[in-house]
Design a protein. Structure first.
Length: 639
């Protein structure tokens, strides 16, 4: 009897703990079918064990009326109901069958439960006897033994069949222990009157309760932690790596681990089709497989922009397979569109094997929280890839351009060197010819020779500019300390006759006592000559050209101004480029090579100075050259 008392105490304690867990579970989720079936099962177990306790106490007392019959009636009702609901509970714990099939099974089980309850209430109570030692001996009907034996065997068979689909291993252990206790109650009177079989079923109920607690409360909490970790991991993948392939593999792996799935795939959107770009735990030979919008579970998710879920791929999906062998190898599957403002970046497909778990609404919720982060990661990585490709293309183009520019420069240099001597010879010959025909009365001949001489001189200037530009860019300068004012005045004198012939006022003003510069006299003279030549060329007859030089801070600023045709605004940014000539409708007569200002800029840059200009169409142009004074004179300047 001591063993029976211990068993009863254990049963009561197990059910009280189960009841506490039931309260926690119902407070978390009281509307789901699983919670309600589990609650019904625990309450029926309470009836069973309560009936055992009442009848056991009645056998130990002489109270009137004797509660043994009432206790046995409760025992039979609780026992029968728990046996039937246990079968239904296996379906709940394994998330089995489609919704219509589950409803049919629920209705059938509840109908049997109600029928058996009515029969137990209306039938005569079980016969019993109390032995001298206080043990309560009672027997079950043969019909009940056969019926509930078959139900328990069916429960064990169903449990074994769906063992891999259970969310928690304690579920398998609990239902197995409960069913063993039921079979012991049915076929072993010794276990029955010692209350050992009911204790086994009560302990099984405790194990089932723990499994439900883990599934409904503990697992979601862990899932939330995993979700935060996953979001963090995806965020790190964005910041630590912008390599698209690496980001996709991280997302696929993380999604599979969160849902404890067998594999995961990511399809990227390419406009008219979706292409498999990454996979986790699947054959890499499928990479590159394509699906049209609306084709496959993935295409359907992309087209509808909604999550697509099937519990059994081979049974529930009637469309085209997402990858080869999907019909044979996929079980439960979820396809989640990866969206940014309804723009489909791709689709995440998470798959469980045929005999693996079934995805539930918690799994879908986790994927729903992960998908925006995944979409952002993909978008950022694709933008980075596109930008990198563009940068590579630009770099290559800059190099296709540098090489071309180098070849062009080499050709120009070679041509210039080759032309220098023939030009000198041609000009000398022309001068001799002009001397010989100076007394000729043929005016046309003199004009022709003048034009030839002017064109040869123009060609000579072009060659000279090219060669000078080459020397400046190669750093071949002869730097000495020099005064800039005499150089400016000499350059103005060289162009004074040309200005007089066109009635252009040519003015010069240099601030007194300008400090010396460290520079190359030849190239500074050439730069000033180019500026004066341009100013006169683009100034109409009767205009004005002026040259000013003044000390501003630690630079001598030389300003060459004219009131000529000016430069169009769209050409201002390119005027210092080699061979660039702006389109100036009012200066069609002015001819040039486009090398003058580029040489000016090269000379000023070689002197660590700065050159810029201001211009307005029809109002004229002003070019500024800022040349730094020598270090010695800079120290002498007043503070």
């Amino acid at each position: 009897m001591e063993l029976s008392g211990v068993a009863l105490t254990t049963s009561a304690a197990a059910l009280l703990l189960s009841l506490l867990m039931l309260v926690l579970i119902l407070s978390q989720d009281s509307r789901s079918v699983g919670s309600r079936v589990y609650a019904l099962f625990v309450l029926l177990m309470m009836l069973w064990i309560s009936g055992v306790l009442i009848s056991r106490l009645g056998s130990l007392t002489n109270a009137e009326p004797n509660p043994i019959s009432f206790g046995l009636r409760l025992t039979e009702i609780g026992f029968a109901g728990a046996c039937i609901v246990a079968y239904l509970l296996v379906f709940v714990l394994s998330s089995g069958q489609t919704q219509p099939a589950r409803r049919l099974i629920y209705a059938a089980v509840l109908s049997v439960l109600v029928l058996q309850t009515i029969l137990l209430i209306s039938a005569e109570p079980s016969r019993y006897q109390v032995r001298a030692d206080g043990a309560l001996i009672y027997r079950l009907s043969d019909f009940g033994i056969i019926l509930y034996g078959l139900i328990s065997a069916a429960t064990l068979a169903l449990l074994w069949q769906r063992r891999r689909k259970l969310k928690n291993r304690w579920s398998f252990f609990g239902v197995s222990l409960f069913s063993i206790g039921v079979l012991g109650e049915l076929f072993s009177p010794e276990l029955r009157y010692r209350n050992l079989s009911s204790t086994l079923s009560a302990l099984g109920t405790l194990a089932i309760s723990y499994a439900m607690l883990q599934t409904q409360i503990i697992a979601p909490l862990i899932g939330r932690a995993q979700q935060l970790e996953s979001v963090r991991a995806v965020g790190l993948s964005i910041t630590q790596s912008l390599n698209l392939s690496q980001v996709l593999e991280t997302i696929a792996e993380r999604a599979a681990l969160i849902l404890q799935a067998d594999s995961a795939l990511i399809f990227l959107n390419h406009g008219d089709y979706l292409e498999l770009a990454a996979q986790y735990n699947l054959s890499p030979k499928f990479i590159g497989a394509r699906l049209a919008y609306g084709e496959g579970l993935v295409g359907c998710a992309a087209k509808t922009r909604q999550t697509q879920h099937v519990e059994n791929y081979s049974r529930d999906w009637r469309g085209a397979p997402d990858v080869p062998y999907a019909k044979q190898g996929f079980g439960s599957a979820v396809a989640v569109p990866l969206l940014i403002d309804q723009d489909v970046q791709g689709v995440l497909l998470v798959v469980a094997g045929v005999d693996s778990k079934r995805f539930d609404r918690d799994d879908l919720h986790l994927l729903g929280l992960l998908s925006p982060q995944a979409a952002i990661a993909i978008a950022n990585s694709r933008n980075y890839e596109a930008q990198r490709q563009l940068t590579d293309d630009l770099t290559k183009a800059t190099h296709q351009l540098r090489d071309m520019d180098k070849v062009k420069t080499q050709m120009l240099q070679m041509t210039s060197h080759q032309l220098k001597n023939p030009l000198f010879s041609a000009i000398s010959t022309l001068e001799n010819l002009q001397d010989e025909v100076r007394d000729s009365p043929d005016s046309n001949l003199h004009e022709s020779l003048r034009i030839i001489r002017a064109e040869l001189q123009r060609m000579e200037r072009i060659v000279s500019n090219i060669l000078n530009l080459e020397r400046v860019q190669n750093g071949k300068l002869a730097l000495t300390e020099l005064n800039i004012a005499p150089i400016i005045e000499a350059a103005v004198r060289d162009f004074s006759r040309q200005a007089e012939q066109r009635n252009i006022a040519l003015e010069v003003h240099c601030e007194p006592l300008l400090p010396p510069l460290r520079g190359d006299r030849h190239f500074l003279t050439q730069a000033l000559a180019n500026l004066l030549e341009n100013a006169l060329k683009f100034t109409p007859d009767g205009g004005k050209v002026s040259v000013h030089a003044e000390l501003i801070e630690d630079c001598v600023v030389i300003k060459v101004s004219d009131n000529g045709v000016g430069i169009p605004p769209e050409a201002l940014s390119r005027v210092f480029e080699r061979f660039f000539r702006a389109e100036q409708p009012n200066a069609a007569h002015a001819r040039g090579s486009g090398l003058g200002l580029s040489l000016v800029k090269a000379v000023v840059d070689a002197h660590n100075g700065r050159v810029w200009l201001e211009s307005a169409v029809g109002q004229g142009t002003t070019v500024y050259m800022a040349l730094p004074i020598s270090v010695t004179d800079r120290q002498r300047l007043p503070a």
